[in-house]
Design a protein around this ligand. Structure first.
Ligand code: FDA
Ligand code: NAD
Length: 445
């Protein structure tokens, strides 16, 4: 059995929702019956960031349908009804198990063959498992990962049953930090374990990390750094202890694992060009090495104009939204597509943007933290203020600002930071701009 569509979006996450909206809204927009979305999740696309924030709150938690796409960008709420009204076939709880790009067909785990003229790959990323690091126990009833709604529901259930107990959080990245805050809100005592020297070591400087670690410590979170969990003691299907490399044993009522993610590219192995660090290689229009295939979101490695056309892949929601819109408008061949034609060689006009919110804190980062020759910290890093305000800027060649981090920045300060990175302003210009907007650029010795 089989069905045929002009457009198929493979994957039903953030990028899928934003691509669908753009495909419908575009002046050459798709007609009813032309578009199909296939997702192995049981619900219509939603704003995944909610899972580690509002969804985990002990009171007044966010629940669907409130956070379907595209509310995260203050746009329409695309419920299942919306897809129906626009004649979009939403094939849910269905996994694509193989793809034949030569025949332009996808085979699902229900045995259906779905064919396309144009395919948008939006398969996102998967959470790395402990077993990939030689540690067993992922399937224990009280071990939680966090990638999708099913994981979030499990975590909510486990947290409720552990009130007053203790948790080991494995990993000190985004998931680790955001979940630790949620655990504290559930009055669960947290110990975080990770191999790095400090939390969020892919982005934070030691000085930024020191602030957050002190803040978390004041909330009762303990940090064990520079080591790893080498095994989990399981009894009656539940983890009772995490055992560290040095033999230390941490008794616990639950475990949360956030040890990184990998792009879901497996279906296209040998069929599409991939990037060596993971991801499907695409051009500035998000088109892959097969002209009928586009890739967007976490799975896409695209040339970034701001970085001279360097291929980059981001695992962040803003990127998923923008690359999805970009692909959709490119597919419908709008000559006035958001990026303009002149950018097609050098890359997509994209300014990387990451953010997180934990406890009463909120940070944003714009640009690149890799290229800087030096990092300048500014503002007040003391743990005292109820509403901390500080930041850092990564300085590249010619004293130009390559990346800016802001904790507690206002909307205007964030806009200034973004604009400074985008136009390659000097540090002095950024300092003046932020000072005008009320953030002292007092550089720490
Ligand atoms: P996404 O993962 O959203 O969607 C992929 C979809 O494809 C899923 O529905 C998946 O099930 C499906 N799929 C995969 N393979 C399939 C197959 N073979 N067949 C069928 N379906 C298949 N970013 C940020 O900037 N700020 C934030 O605060 C957060 N917070 C956050 C919290 C949590 C818990 C996570 C896991 C992630 C974040 N992120 C984030 C990252 C952000 O959510 C992420 O970058 C986007 O969801 C990426 O969107 P995609 O659509 O590319 O993948
Ligand atoms: P991450 O890469 O942010 O952090 C991984 C952490 O695990 C690091 O601290 C690393 O040192 C540690 N680690 C690696 N191997 C380990 C091991 N064997 N044992 C213990 N620790 C180990 O990844 P994550 O936190 O798992 O996040 C997964 C995905 O979710 C990413 O794509 C991320 O971008 C996304 N996410 C983003 C946000 C956000 O942007 N605010 C929030 C949540 C999730």
């Amino acid at each position: 059995m089989g069905r045929a569509f002009a457009y198929v979006i493979l994957g039903g996450g953030v990028a899928a929702g934003y691509a669908a909206l753009e495909l419908v809204r575009h002046r050459n927009g798709v007609s009813p019956g032309e578009l199909c979305i296939i997702s192995d999740e049981a619900v219509a696309p939603y704003e995944r960031p909610a899972l580690s924030k509002g969804y985990l709150l002990p009171r007044g938690a966010a629940r669907l349908p409130a956070f379907h796409t595209c509310v995260g960008a203050n746009d329409e709420l695309l419920t299942e009804q919306w897809y129906k009204e626009h004649g979009i076939e939403l094939v849910l709880a269905t996994r694509v198990i193989s793809a034949d790009l030569r025949r332009k067909t996808l085979l699902t785990d229900t045995g259906e063959t779905i064919s396309y003229k144009t395919l948008i790959v939006a398969t996102g990323a998967r959470a790395l498992k402990l077993e990939e690091f030689g540690v067993g126990g992922s399937h224990a009833a009280n071990v939680c990962y966090l990638r999708n709604l099913e994981d979030a529901d499990k975590m909510v259930g486990v947290m409720r049953s552990c009130h007053g107990g203790s948790a080991v959080v494995i990993g000190g990245g985004y998931i680790g930090m955001e979940c630790a805050a949620a655990l504290v809100a559930h009055e669960i005592k947290v110990t975080m374990v990770f191999p790095g020297k400090h939390c969020m070591d892919r982005l934070f400087t030691p000085k930024i990390a020191e602030f957050y670690e002190k803040y978390y410590t004041a909330k009762g979170v303990a940090f064990i750094k520079g080591t790893a969990v080498t095994s989990l003691e399981v009894s009656d299907g539940k983890v009772t202890e995490a055992i560290l490399r040095d033999g230390r044993r941490l008794p616990c009522d639950m475990v949360v694992v956030g040890i990184g993610a990998r792009a879901n590219t497996g279906l296209f192995d040998g069929q599409l060009a991939t990037e060596k660090r993971g991801g499907i290689k695409v051009d500035a229009r998000m088109r892959a090495s097969d002209a009928a295939v586009y890739a967007v979101g976490d799975v896409a490695a695209f040339p970034v104009a701001l970085f001279g056309g360097d291929l980059r892949r981001f695992e962040h929601v803003d990127c998923a939204r923008r690359t999805a819109r970009r692909a959709a408008s490119a597919i419908l061949q709008d000559p006035a597509a958001s990026n303009g034609d002149n950018a097609k060689e050098e890359g997509f006009d994209y300014l990387p943007f990451f953010y997180s919110r934990v406890f009463a804190l909120s940070w944003q980062f714009y640009g690149d933290n890799a290229a800087g020759d030096a990092v300048i910290h500014f503002g007040d890093f003391s743990p005292g203020p109820a509403a901390p305000r500080f930041g850092a800027c990564w300085v590249g060649a010619g004293g130009r600002v390559g990346g800016v981090f802001l904790e507690g920045g206002t909307r205007e300060q964030s806009e200034s930071a973004a604009s400074a990175v985008r136009r390659g302003a000097t540090v002095a210009e950024l300092a003046g701009e932020l000072e005008r907007r009320g953030l002292t650029f007092a550089v720490d010795p």
